[in-house]
Design a protein around this ligand. Structure first.
Ligand code: NAD
Ligand code: UFG
Length: 336
């Protein structure tokens, strides 16, 4: 049995489905701080299976102890975290308490229950503003906000744990920019409140929920002047987790890998790809740069391919088409 924390969130829900389709048994936990219980019904419809789920907080030892008593958990994929970069600067204690407190609680209970297989949701933000792209895993680590610090500290805690007991097996997965949705249009990204990230904002403008997209600067040192990122389809990312937990279960050594496509696209590339899919122009306005943004970065994903046999295969057009299908079938997200 695999435990997924943050199981009803954006990446967790897509990973849950891919794990079930690959034949794994899964139990999920989430406190719905940033997700909806409707996800569970959608996942049951897509997988044709009854789900194992408990509503609870990973910071609560009693909940986790009960969960480990009830299920023979062989490995954990740990998604549960708060992830809004701006909010993490305004409320750092909340971020350290939830992201680090939850991780430590989980690791303690895993250790007590002889479970030492772990997949950690890290992030490209551990690289901060990388000196060069493609970014390799041995690049300098210098996160620029409390959220990024929680990811780097999480990695450090796990590396110390591995050094203390070689039975631990950890996959450190550094995600680049996940976008898109499952091709069914039944599950997708449904951020609470106003989104901060590019893709959900573009789709809201396309759907008429917002008037226009603010482009944060067109004077960056990039080919068209707008910021460049490595966007990865969330289903490709989910499949990376299936490969990672299977790799860990096979007893191979711990690994740290970038999960990205290796291709950088600008804000304008994303807007144009969306316009092609939607068939109408997306209104944009260039405004000042967003504090803390960087010009350009994209992954070198070759280590993930070499070690996991994993490669992102879905194009930017497919990311936008699937994102748009999710948006148009669920105009108000899971509340629709
Ligand atoms: P998400 O907010 O959609 O999912 C996280 C889930 O965790 C939510 O369902 C939330 O309700 C739950 N959660 C949070 N704190 C919890 C707690 N204490 N107990 C139980 N559940 C809790 O985010 P996501 O995009 O699916 O991200 C998943 C993971 O990947 C996070 O760790 C995030 O930091 C990391 N990550 C995300 C991105 C991205 O751009 N989406 C990039 C890099 C890394
Ligand atoms: N952008 C705009 N307008 C917007 C929103 C974004 O022009 O309204 C631009 C940004 O300036 C940037 C690009 O679109 O150039 C992507 O911005 P996002 O906010 O979508 O993503 P970031 O790369 O800033 O950060 C995301 C997550 C982080 C994570 C990081 C790497 O928010 O948590 O990817 O995984 F750490």
């Amino acid at each position: 049995m695999i435990l997924l924390t943050g199981a009803t969130g954006y990446i967790g829900s897509h990973t849950w489905l891919e794990l079930l389709l690959a034949g794994h048994q899964v139990v999920g936990i989430d406190n719905f701080v940033n997700s909806s219980p409707v996800v569970l019904k959608r996942l049951e419809a897509l997988s044709g299976k009854k789900l194992n789920f408990i509503q609870g907080d990973v910071c609560d030892p009693i909940v986790l102890e009960a969960l480990f008593k009830k299920h023979a958990i062989k490995g954990v994929i740990h998604f549960a975290a708060l992830k809004a970069v701006g909010e993490s600067s305004a409320k750092p204690i909340l971020y350290y308490e939830n992201n680090i407190g939850g991780l430590i609680n989980l690791l303690q209970i895993m250790q007590e229950n002889d479970c030492r297989n772990f997949v950690f949701s890290s992030s490209a933000c551990v690289y901060g503003d990388p000196e060069k792209s493609p970014v390799k895993e041995d690049s300098d680590l210098k996160p620029e906000n409390p959220y990024g610090q929680t990811k780097l500290m999480g990695e450090q805690i796990l590396r110390d744990l591995e050094a203390s007991d070689p039975r631990w097996r950890v996959a450190y997965l550094r995600y680049f920019n996940p976008i898109g949705a499952h091709e069914s249009g039944l599950i997708g990204e449904d951020p609470m409140g106003v989104p901060n990230n590019l893709a959900p904002l573009v789709s809201r403008v396309a759907a008429g929920r917002m008037d226009e997209l603010n482009i944060y600067g067109d004077d960056w040192d990039t080919p068209d002047g707008t910021g460049v990122r490595d966007y990865i389809h969330v289903v490709d990312l989910a499949n990376g987790h299936v490969k990672a937990i299977e790799y860990i279960f096979s007893g191979k050594p711990s690994l740290t890998v970038n999960l990205g496509t290796g291709v950088g696209y600008s804000v304008m590339d994303v807007v144009r790809a969306y316009e092609d899919v939607v068939g109408q122009p997306i209104r944009c306005k260039v405004i000042d740069r967003r504090p803390g943004d960087v010009a350009l970065y994209f992954a070198d994903p070759s280590r993930a391919e070499a070690l996991l046999g994993w490669k992102a295969v879905r194009s930017l057009k497919q990311m936008c088409a699937d994102g748009w299908r999710w948006q148009s079938q669920n105009p108000l997200g899971y509340k629709s």
